[in-house]
Design a protein around this ligand. Structure first.
Ligand SMILES: CC[C@@H](C(=O)O)C(=O)SCCNC(=O)CCNC(=O)[C@H](O)C(C)(C)COP(=O)(O)OP(=O)(O)OC[C@H]1O[C@@H](n2cnc3c(N)ncnc32)[C@H](O)[C@@H]1OP(=O)(O)O
Ligand SMILES: [Co+2]
Length: 132
């Protein structure tokens, strides 16, 4: 794992949270992107080498909608940048972590992403992501 690629934050109202994070970070977001496969609309802010990813649900069965039903707005996942996602999945599986999707799926920014179940990672939803 090379660095924290982004921190995902579940929000109820992307427009409101965009304005809040713009004020907090002193800069505007650099992009928004809808990822239909995950049922989310995202907004990204660059902070040094890493990013803040705000996530709003686009449909009721989105993981973000389910999360907000049970919990509240806040940190939803931590994403690590990896060089070789297949090798990393193999290593983590061997080490006993619970992989949610062994076949990488399409994330934002055309990246391949894999999630680890929070029950195997001290309650933190972990995302691995490999860039182009
Ligand atoms: C924009 C695309 C991409 C990117 O490029 O960055 C993204 O970031 S997409 C982000 C949204 N997608 C995902 O989160 C996909 C992976 N998540 C899942 O598969 C599911 O959300 C889950 C983690 C398996 C949970 O789903 P489910 O089992 O249906 O939900 P429950 O509500 O029943 O939860 C079971 C258990 O897990 C705890 N939980 C759920 N979400 C989280 C979380 N984000 N962080 C920590 N813990 C979480 C939940 O509290 C339950 O715990 P117990 O009550 O103790 O059983
Ligand atoms: Co993410």
């Amino acid at each position: 794992m090379r660095k924290i690629e982004h921190i995902g934050i579940a929000v109820a109202d992307l427009e409101k949270s965009n304005a809040l994070f713009e004020k907090l970070l002193g800069k505007a977001n650099f992009k928004t992107e809808t990822v239909e496969g995950e049922g989310v609309e995202t907004s990204f802010f660059q902070v040094g080498e890493t990013k803040i990813e705000l996530l709003q649900a686009t449909r009721p069965d989105s993981p973000i909608a389910k999360y907000l039903e049970k919990k509240s707005e806040g940190v939803h996942h931590i994403a690590f940048d990896v060089e070789d996602i297949h090798a990393e999945v193999g290593r983590l599986k061997e080490a006993g972590f619970e992989i949610l999707n062994e076949t990488p799926k399409q994330g934002a920014d055309n990246k391949l992403v894999v999630f680890l179940h929070p029950r195997s990672t001290n309650g933190v939803l972990v995302e691995l992501c490999q860039g182009e």
